[in-house]
Design a binder for this molecule. Structure first.
Ligand SMILES: [Zn+2]
Length: 187
C-alpha cells in the first residue's frame, strides 16, 4: 500500500483496518496459524529445488569461507557485521518463495513469515523450525539475541520482542545473508 493509500484508509476505515491492510492480507491471527505456516513451509519451495537439512552440518575454515563468499557476505556471515539499513533489494521482495542462508542454502524463512517493519532490514515474525540457534549478545551493552544458521553457524541478525502479534517477534535479518528463491523458479 502506498503512503497515500494508507492515509486514505486511515481516514475512511479507521486505524485498525488500515494497519491490517498495510501488514498483509495473509497476516496470521493466532499461534495456530503461525504453526501451520511453519509446518507447511515446503509449499513455498520452487519445484525441483533441493535444500539441505540443519543436520547436514557445513564446517569450513575462515579461509575457505573467504573464498566461498563475497567480501560483504563474509563480513556479515562470518564476522557478525551489519549491513546499512535500506540497502537490501530484499526489503521490497514480496513474491512467494523461500529465504535461504547465503552461506549454505539452509531454508530459513518463507515469504509468508515476512512483514514490513519499517526498519530498513528484511524482517520476519517467525522462522522455519530448526533453522537458527541463538546467543545473547552484549555488543550494545544491553543484551540482544543474536541468531545464526543452525547448519553453517553464519551470523544473520538479531531477534527482538517488538514484532507484530501473535508471535510478537521481529527477526531482523541482514539481506546480504539471505538468498531468495521465488516459488515461480525465476530469480
Ligand atoms: Zn548457513
Amino acid at each position: 500500500m502506498t503512503r497515500r493509500g494508507l492515509l486514505q484508509s486511515l481516514l475512511a476505515g479507521g486505524i485498525w483496518s488500515a494497519l491490517k491492510g498495510h501488514l498483509s492480507a495473509a497476516q496470521p491471527v493466532s499461534m495456530k496459524d503461525v504453526e501451520a505456516l511453519q509446518k507447511n513451509w515446503k509449499s513455498l519451495l520452487a519445484e525441483g529445488v533441493k535444500v539441505p537439512s540443519p543436520s547436514q552440518q557445513l564446517k569450513l575454515s575462515k579461509e575457505e569461507w573467504r573464498k566461498r563468499l563475497s567480501p560483504i557476505e563474509f563480513n556479515i556471515l562470518r564476522e557478525e557485521g551489519t549491513e546499512y539499513p535500506g540497502t537490501s533489494p530484499l526489503n521490497n521482495e514480496k513474491r512467494p518463495g523461500i529465504y535461504t542462508c547465503a552461506g549454505c542454502g539452509l531454508a530459513l524463512f518463507t515469504s509468508e513469515m515476512k512483514y514490513e517493519s519499517g526498519t530498513g532490514w528484511p524482517s520476519f515474525f517467525a522462522a522455519i523450525p530448526g533453522a537458527f540457534e541463538t546467543n545473547a549478545d552484549f555488543k550494545l551493552v544491553l543484551p540482544r539475541t543474536e541468531y545464526h544458521c543452525a547448519r553453517c553457524g553464519g551470523h544473520h541478525g538479531h531477534v527482538f520482542n517488538d514484532g507484530p502479534p501473535p508471535t510478537g517477534k521481529r527477526w531482523c535479518n541482514n539481506g546480504v545473508a539471505l538468498k531468495f528463491i521465488p516459488k515461480s523458479g525465476k530469480i
